[in-house]
Design a protein around this ligand. Structure first.
Ligand SMILES: [Zn+2]
Length: 82
């Protein structure tokens, strides 16, 4: 029987919701925030930020969307002032 290495991010159908979320979290990653102050709000996917991929990544990691958006805007405004 050949040995087949399973990718780390594979959730079996019998996996618990937590295991499935962990698998999703390893597969998808949030986009970096676009240039918010310049009214350029499309991410690398060409979708309004935060895009569905970014939101899904946050949800899978148990992160709060509002907090993540605030953090991104604050980080952006700090870059503008320095
Ligand atoms: Zn995106």
């Amino acid at each position: 029987m050949p040995t087949r290495t399973q990718p780390a991010a594979t959730a079996a159908p019998t996996a618990t919701p937590t295991q499935r979320l962990d698998a999703i979290a390893t597969l998808i990653h949030s986009c970096s925030a676009p240039d918010i102050d310049a009214s350029y709000d499309l991410c690398a996917h060409g979708q309004p930020w935060p895009c569905p991929t970014t939101r899904a990544a946050w949800i899978a990691r148990g992160l709060d969307s509002d907090q993540q958006i605030r953090t991104a805007i604050e980080a952006h405004s700090q870059r503008q002032t320095t």
